[in-house]
Design a protein around this ligand. Structure first.
Ligand SMILES: Cc1ncc(COP(=O)(O)O)c(C=O)c1O
Length: 393
């Protein structure tokens, strides 16, 4: 399927469908509800046909009582991980959580105590910081550094802060939202070595694992150094970003450690999270089994959208568009052309666009914006031109 065919077949009008992205702008954008939404990380495309059919088939049953996770659902995930990421996931390692963010809260509560220190690397997906603060743990930040246009981890700072604060748990974003890095195995190995030296548990948020471009290869945390760190890893992932089914609220928590698994099971019981969403089970299974062609075309659309955005925005030398190694979220630096005080006004009021503002991801995101490219090429073209004009005027 080429990109035109994909866009024609799957793009959809989402306004007035109670979409958070399209109909939920009011609170985040000063009451403005008519912006072009390029913020919340979901896609303006219908999911694969087989997913819709699976949901319709279950809906037709007419009985929606407490439902077990089908055995085939776990199996579909295991096969997907093996085929796409060479990850040998064992069935007994898998737990179900409604979302990756709820999985994060569960993991923090299960594996640390109030007051314990948890480290994150900013700029990063803002619920990471929220999950640490809201569970009364101590938030420790190690900032990523921009090395000639490429974000890297600051390993010396990371280790120093772990030692100084006796950090107990590290939340890794891999691939990284919002800077769109796909961490190499060498990078992961370096940071994991530090965690191992100081007994720090690694929570790997791999929700964007299937969204990688060009020669970049996602390395599952479990596979780093042939599994050297598997006893200290909790992986959180889902089919939700890959196939646009986040609303169905089904995600995976994976740990190979019996000790960590037992603590997490206790926390799941305590939070009364026993049954998942039966529509979500069926949707994810169908996506993993039948979504390959859809995903291939979806990735091509994003890649082309990125090229369009970059080509248009680079007409202003003051706009810096970062490489898109993974995710469909593009990180753009406006600091050379707009004062940080003016960014909201220029992006919202002049260009008429809703984006994620960089400062949402940490203080070092100030002056940046994050643009969601999982939409039609036409909309990306329009948004890029509006932004170029607004910033340049
Ligand atoms: C890194 C990352 N983790 C988690 C989520 C959300 O996951 P969920 O909706 O399953 O809680 C997102 C959504 O954008 C994300 O980018």
């Amino acid at each position: 399927m080429d990109t035109q065919e994909f866009v024609k077949k799957y793009s959809i009008v989402r306004k007035n469908t109670d979409s958070v992205k399209w109909d939920g702008m009011e609170n985040s954008f000063d009451g403005n509800t008519s912006l072009i939404p390029m913020w919340v990380a979901d896609a303006d495309f219908k999911c694969p046909e087989e997913v819709v059919q699976a949901v319709e088939k279950f809906a037709a049953l007419g009985v929606y009582g407490y439902t077990l996770a089908p055995k085939t659902y776990k199996q579909a995930f295991i096969e997907w991980e093996k085929e796409q990421h060479h990850f040998d996931c064992k069935e007994e390692w898998i737990r179900f959580v409604p979302g990756v963010v709820s999985g994060l809260y569960i993991t923090i509560k299960a594996l640390t105590h109030p007051g314990d220190a948890v480290i994150i690397q900013t700029p990063v997906y803002y619920p990471f910081a929220d999950s640490v603060k809201n569970t009364n743990r101590k938030l420790i930040i190690s900032e990523l550094v921009d090395n000639n246009g490429k974000y890297e981890m600051n390993l010396d700072d990371f280790e120093q802060k772990i030692i100084e604060n006796e950090v107990k748990l590290y939340i890794l974003c891999s691939p990284h939202n919002p800077v769109a890095r796909v961490w190499s195995e060498e990078e992961l190995s370096a940071v994991f070595k530090i965690c191992q030296r100081h007994n720090v548990i690694i929570v790997a948020d791999e929700i964007h694992q299937d969204l990688v471009f060009g020669d970049h290869k996602h390395t599952t945390a479990f596979n780093v150094e042939q599994g050297n760190y598997i006893d200290s890893i909790v992986m959180l992932t889902a089919a939700s970003k890959t196939f646009n089914i986040a609303g169905l609220q089904n995600s995976f928590l994976v740990t190979a450690s019996i000790e960590l698994g037992e603590k997490i099971d206790d926390e799941l019981k305590y939070d009364a999270l026993v049954f998942g969403n039966p529509f979500g089970y069926r949707a994810a299974e169908a996506a993993y089994r039948h979504g390959h062609d859809w995903l291939k075309a979806f990735l091509k659309v994003i890649e082309e959208n990125y090229q369009t955005l970059k080509m248009i925005l680079s007409q202003n030398a003051g706009i810096h568009v970062y490489p898109l190694e993974g995710t469909y979220l593009c990180w753009v630096d406006l600091r050379d052309c707009v004062t940080t005080d003016d960014i909201h006004h220029i992006v919202q009021d002049i260009a008429g666009i809703a984006v994620d503002y960089g400062e949402w991801f940490g203080d070092n995101g100030m002056g940046f914006i994050r643009i969601n490219l999982a939409t039609t090429p036409e909309r990306v073209n329009d948004v890029a031109n509006r932004l170029l004009k607004a910033v340049s005027s």
